[in-house]
Design a protein around this ligand. Sequence first.
Ligand code: 5CA
Ligand code: ZN
Length: 412
Amino acid sequence: MRAWPSPEIPTLPVTGPPVRVHDTPSGSLLDVTPDGPARLYVCGITPYDATHLGHAATYVGFDLLNRAWRNAGHDVTYVQNVTDVDDPLLERATKVGTDWTELAERETELFRQDMAALRVLAPDHYVGAVESIPLVIELIERLQSAGAVYRVEDDWYMSVTADPAFGEESGYDRERMLALYPERGGDPDRPGKKDPLDCIVWRGEREGEPSWPSPFGPGRPGWHVECTAIALEHLGGAFDVQGGGSDLVFPHHEMCAGHAQVVAPGTPFARTYVHAGMVGYDGEKMSKSRGNLVFVSALRNSDVDPAAIRLALMRHHYRADWEWTDGELWDAVDALADWRRALSLGAGAPAGPVVAEVLTALADDLDAPRAVAAVDGWVRATLGTDGLADTTDPDAAVTMLALLDAALGLAV
Ligand code: 5CA
Ligand code: ZN
């Protein structure tokens, strides 16, 4: 499907350092220096409601990775899916009495507008589940050839025991997996399953639900297999980074890894699994099912500068769990006003060291708070907030504007 218009990125006078990020399976920081173009897959939205600040924080987080790679001199191939047919979408469509395709299209379009407003670089391949059904069917056939799928009534499951490395992506023990599974779309107690953790790959037709013909009978794709099929098609195996929020560590990314390892033993799905923290509001994880949401589009409709939303998000490290507060948004609005005042002077404090610090911070596990603090320091020095104003660099504003745009995605 169509992505959103991608902003141009200015070229910086210096190349950024090699990028390293936190890898969930190993629990350590790993260099992600690709041989050719960097290959990035980030799990996309299930479009049944508008983009909230938790989604936005996750996509801005991975946008910082995309930009850090580009600033380090790499091309990037970026793939993102849209889960445009799945239980929560169909349930919501039924509840509000809207056709599910219309709901999905409307919310996907709103997401595109939100991402464009936040200056998130668009994926090269923006791919829906529905349009990927032939790929999903092909992948399930390969799982079947490997003896890894079986039938329960009209549904088809993958045996997690078919993947000897099952469990290594999350590192969770069986007890923890069993506890999390029902909360995150799993059905451990279904009679007829060989293992409670087995996951559905093809859901047989139900009355009133959409379905497509397949060798497994009419039905629709399971959730996990959708991302495996899309990623393998557009990136191939052992791609550089699989990304998403930490709620996808298990089961989603574990199952994706499992499918891929069964069809290509010895080749991992991704080389690195990177997870963003959860943004909360009013004491709980911001989520569509809890309904405690702050929407990006609602803020935009209230004339909030999208750059201030992005700045407020980037004051938190992408891996941290944190709470959104309106106060932080207004602080970001005020900070941007100061930044603009400093940038309007033309000359300013030396920009070279700030470029180096910002690029280094972002290459070091996407440390946006440290990068933003460096910019705040430059603004204070330039405005003389802490003493005498330093305007010894005649081209400071030009350099800083390019830096803010290229590295932090802020067009100030
Ligand atoms: N369509 C699937 C992925 S294939 C899905 O999880 N969709 S979603 O709409 O529920 O979430 C989209 C992305 O936002 C996921 O990466 C998810 O981990 C992330 N996300 C959801 N809620 C939050 C939150 N409160 N804070 C941070 N990230 C979140
Ligand atoms: Zn996914």
